[in-house]
Design a protein around this ligand. Structure first.
Ligand code: HEM
Length: 477
């Protein structure tokens, strides 16, 4: 069965439809909620790289493979629109921010924060990452058991908050932030496709969390504006008094210094929305990528010796991390990339078809929700040899399996590719650089299946036993 409106061009065929998936309006809603990746993988095995199904009254067209990815990532927003697909994010980002703004306005908003992601700034962020990981590690007992996800989440909350909004926000809100960010994220659910304003408890928690974070950011903005108003040298591009200089200030300082084409400063609401958007886009996703990296290394201890040797060779007793030493941690980078491939934090990317469009020989009708899945695409045996295997060497020359454009899409591609990729890799590598050097881990009680009940699936549980390397290994009796 095909969607209506299929074109009559000879080489273009209608999208085949996944059958046997629940009631007509709901579609395979329950299987999709339980394990979207299994559903999409099974559909691809039966029907090929492009197929469709209804979902909560919405026609979904799923597409997979580098060629389909290239078409979707390269399409104009007037044809395949991320804005229309991600409307359910508006209560998180705010009205008129990111996907709620027209495409050109969204690009301008992203353009304002690019200076804060330059390599000079990243150098300072690496140092912050090292400081924050060491500060949290100092609170761990010499040995014991921890939940890796919650610890890495604490670390990325501290790193992202300091790099984006600054020390004063981190000091004032620190202990409340992991819970608030969790509530914000738990408000992204399938029901948002229907309406993100439904009276659900998770949506109410999302709105309360956003309001609390926005108030606290608003206070910091007011204080910073007051400080810069009193200064004669226009210090908005510099960190506020008492703030560690990370080489140009934090992202808030960059946004305070930004000007629109007519010379005006950005409004407080827009600044707040952009910052919440950046935290949302980058904090928990980085924690989850770091957790999968750890989970995979625990499952593959054969890499630990070489990773430790790399750490010793690169850090050479230095304590100051920066972009240059991190760049030289090539094996660590390949392990993180394998985590991105096997367990991409964002498993579904979406666009709304505003017109009928051709997608690798199929007609996608206007109004359909086009879906890509990094989690499905990264396990294509046609692209990645023995795809379910953890094999960091696949990125080494001459194999370089990720070189085919749009094969590795954990950070998207084309015009909407993630602008925070370098910052995310920096965080994950910095965290594991310090942890590898300071702590020896052993698997504890763990269930490494992805937890699809959340928007950014982490392992169901990832408890680890650890011993700080400063603690002598007990002698065997
Ligand atoms: C492991 C961490 C991260 C992952 C897996 C990730 C993944 C992604 C993906 C897949 C997209 C493309 C979405 C699409 O095309 O539909 C994206 C876009 C984006 N990401 Fe990230 N991201 C991460 C970290 C970050 C960080 C740290 C920041 C900022 C500090 C960030 C900011 C953005 C922004 C602004 C966009 C929208 C770009 C645009 O539409 O032009 N992300 N991210």
């Amino acid at each position: 069965m095909a969607f209506h409106g299929a074109a009559a061009r000879p080489h273009v065929v209608p999208v085949p439809r996944l059958s046997g998936g629940g009631l007509p309006w709901f579609g395979p809603c329950w299987s999709f909620r339980r394990d979207p990746v299994a559903l999409l993988r099974a559909g691809r095995e039966r029907l090929g790289d492009v197929f469709g199904f209804p979902l909560l009254g919405q026609q979904v067209v799923f597409a997979c493979g580098p060629e389909a990815h290239a078409t979707v990532f390269g399409a104009e927003e007037t044809v395949l629109s991320p804005q229309e697909a991600y409307r359910f994010m508006t209560p998180v980002f705010g009205t008129g921010v990111a996907y709620d703004a027209p495409p050109q306005e969204m690009s301008a908003q992203i353009g304002h924060l690019l200076p804060a992601l330059s390599s000079r700034r990243l150098d300072g962020y690496a140092l912050i990452a090292e400081q924050e990981v060491r500060a949290l590690l100092a609170r761990w007992a010499p040995q014991g058991e921890v939940d890796l996800l919650s610890e890495l989440n604490r670390m990325t909350v501290a790193i992202a908050t300091r790099c984006l909004i600054g020390d004063e926000f981190q000091r004032g809100m620190g202990p409340h932030l992991p819970g608030l960010y969790r509530d914000l994220e738990s408000g992204i659910r399938l029901a948002g496709i229907l309406s993100p304003a439904l009276p659900l408890p998770s949506f109410r928690r999302r709105d309360r969390a956003r309001a609390a974070i926005a108030r606290a950011i608003g206070d910091v903005i007011t204080a910073r504006r007051a400080t810069s108003a009193g200064a004669s040298d226009g210090c908005e591009g510099k960190p506020a008094a008492g703030v560690v200089d990370v080489g140009g200030g934090d992202m808030l300082a960059t946004l305070l210094a930004a000007r629109t084409p007519d010379g005006s400063a950005l409004s407080d609401d827009l600044l707040t929305g952009i910052l919440i958007g950046m935290i949302f886009a980058g904090q928990h996703t980085s924690a989850v990528l770091a957790t999968w990296t750890g989970a995979l290394l625990l499952q593959h201890p054969e890499y630990l010796g070489a990773l430790l040797a790399e750490q010793r060779a690169v850090t050479d007793g230095t304590l100051r991390l920066g972009t240059e030493p991190l760049r030289r941690m090539e094996l660590l980078e390949r392990c993180v990339r394998e985590a991105e491939r096997l367990h991409p934090p964002l498993i579904l990317l979406m666009r709304k078809a505003l017109h009928e469009v051709e997608l690798v020989g199929h007609t996608v009708p206007a109004g359909a929700l086009v879906m890509l899945s990094p989690a499905v695409a990264h396990r294509m045996p046609e692209v990645f040899r023995d795809p379910d295997r953890f094999d960091p060497a696949r990125y080494e020359a001459p194999r370089e399996e990720h070189r085919q454009p749009h094969s590795l899409i954990g950070f998207g591609g084309g015009r909407h590719r993630c602008v925070g990729l370098a910052f995310a890799y920096l965080q994950v590598k910095a965290v594991w650089s310090v942890l590898l050097r300071e702590v020896a881990f052993e698997p504890g009680h763990a269930d490494h299946r992805p937890d699809y009940s959340t928007f950014v699936p982490a392992p169901v549980s990832c408890r680890v036993r650890y011993r700080k390397r400063s603690v002598p290994v007990p002698e065997q009796p």
